[in-house]
Design a protein around this ligand. Structure first.
Ligand code: AMP
Ligand code: ZN
Ligand code: ZN
Length: 445
């Protein structure tokens, strides 16, 4: 639903009959007299130009690839995709990791601009950032840009987050009306129940934007790889949760009165002990500090060791390629943020770059491989999903792949707020919206 600033203003305007429409009124002075008397006697009648805004529910299924929805095990998600709009795929931003991409989805900024340049970071003023560092995750100084819930709250709307990276920090001094600290023990059903509770509030009290997040399929993908039984089982469970959400909304008469967008942050590729590179074989810890390992590996040369580090690291080494941050491929739009370490190495699809101790620990517990992401966002295995369903969206429509920075301008439009500066293109997803006139004139909304 679009709440245009005009209709918001009009909803608060006052209507009274104009004296100029009366046939016996001749002079302006008489008109003025009549107007004054009309003001004094006629009851104030607000002009109601809009019905209660349609809530927007943004759901993220971490680590879900588009092909997962074609495996015949996700009837509810597949139905949403079939009935509404779905993209063939959505391109993650670089790096294809969870925190950078979730924050891109809600700000329209690439990680290089919003500052969450990796799941693991080091900042010269703020120190270390990791997903398990609750203090850092909730510290607004890490999070730049303006997430959609902040824009909406500033515009006087209520927002509620059932988990979303960034929602635990008071970005720009603003938090969602309701938000929750991430807790992986909170079950799928409990999360769905919380969303149902929020959306079932009376129209004047319920949030106009809510988020819902599930990490289960990503966790299964890491453990068993994209083609594993673990992924199948997690897909079934999350799909059942979505099914229960839709059925409960239906029972409350809300199923078709909610705009829903279902996205993922990135895909998943199979990993293997045979596709592992040991960091210490590339460079000694005496020459450079390793800031991140895995697929996107950041190095900060030790003082006085810059030339040695550059000589050892820069260039292509088998399945790993390293650049000075400013020389990274332009299509990744990455490399200028101060938090990005001076040298960044990117692993090829399915390869891992890990410290020797990590590798040996894996061998000792019989690690046979699994799955990971963080690879080139252009790889089909890194593709994310996008589904849109509800009264604002067209039906039975498939759109081509697009970049995830384009989601934010759509969110801003649906919330009726002017988008903050962003890297997305507002035109990309315009065709998925029903024409405004139809949507706004439908009295049943
Ligand atoms: P990744 O390492 O990129 O696969 O990150 C996925 C993991 O991020 C999930 O398994 C969660 O444990 C974690 N995660 C997701 N959302 C949050 C959050 N809001 N706060 C902390 N950790 C999170
Ligand atoms: Zn993720
Ligand atoms: Zn993951």
């Amino acid at each position: 639903m679009r709440i245009s600033p005009e209709s918001a203003k009009l909803a608060h305007s006052i209507h009274f009959p104009s004296p100029m429409h009366l046939p016996f009124v001749r002079g302006a002075w008489l008109a003025l007299l009549l107007l004054l008397s009309a003001c004094a006697t006629a009851p104030y009648r607000p002009v109601v130009t809009g019905s209660p805004p349609i809530p927007l529910l943004l759901i993220s299924l971490d680590g879900v690839r588009p092909d997962y929805l074609e495996r015949g095990i996700t009837p509810h998600l597949s139905a949403l995709a079939r009935e509404g709009v779905h993209a063939k795929w959505m391109n993650p931003s670089y790096p294809s990791l969870t925190f950078p991409n979730h924050y891109t989805l809600v700000t329209g900024l690439r990680p290089n601009r919003h500052g969450i340049i990796n799941n693991t970071m080091w900042d010269e003023h703020l120190g270390d950032f990791t997903l398990s560092n609750r203090e850092a995750v909730g510290d607004a100084r890490w999070w730049s840009g303006e997430p959609i819930w902040v824009s909406a709250e500033k515009a006087g709307m209520r927002t509620a987050t059932m988990f979303w990276p960034g929602s635990e920090a008071a970005v720009g001094g603003v938090r969602p009306w309701q938000w929750r600290k991430f807790d992986h023990q909170m079950s799928i059903d409990q999360r769905v129940d919380q969303i149902l509770a929020w959306l079932s509030l009376p129209a004047a009290e319920r949030p106009q934007l809510a988020t819902l997040y599930f990490e289960h399929i990503d966790t299964a993908g890491h453990e068993g790889g994209p083609d594993s039984l673990e992924v199948t089982e997690a897909l079934r469970q999350v799909d059942a949760g979505i099914g229960r959400l839709m059925a409960s909304l239906e029972a409350r008469g809300l199923r078709d009165k909610i705009n829903m967008i279902v996205v993922s942050d990135h895909g998943m590729a199979a990993t293997s002990p045979q596709r592992t590179v040991i960091v210490e074989d590339l460079i000694s810890p005496e020459d450079a500090r390793v800031v991140t390992t895995g697929q996107v590996v950041g190095f900060t040369p030790k003082p006085g060791r810059e030339a040695v580090a550059a000589q050892k690291l820069l260039g292509k080494h088998g399945a790993v390629e390293c650049w000075r941050k400013q020389d990274m491929p332009a299509r990744w739009h990455y490399g200028t943020h101060p938090r990005i370490p001076p040298i960044v190495c990117q692993a090829d699809e399915g390869w891992l770059l890990v410290k020797r101790a990590t590798y040996e620990k894996g061998v000792s517990i019989g690690w046979q491989g699994g799955g990971s992401h963080g690879y080139d966002p252009a790889l089909p295995s890194m593709r994310a999903i996008f589904i849109a369903h509800g009264p604002a969206f067209r039906e039975r429509m498939t759109v081509p792949g697009f970049d995830n920075v384009d989601v934010y301008p759509l969110l801003a439009r649906l919330m009726g707020v002017s988008p903050a500066e962003n890297d997305g293109d507002a035109q990309t997803l315009l065709p998925i919206l029903k024409p405004a006139s139809k949507e706004e004139s439908d009295p049943q909304r």
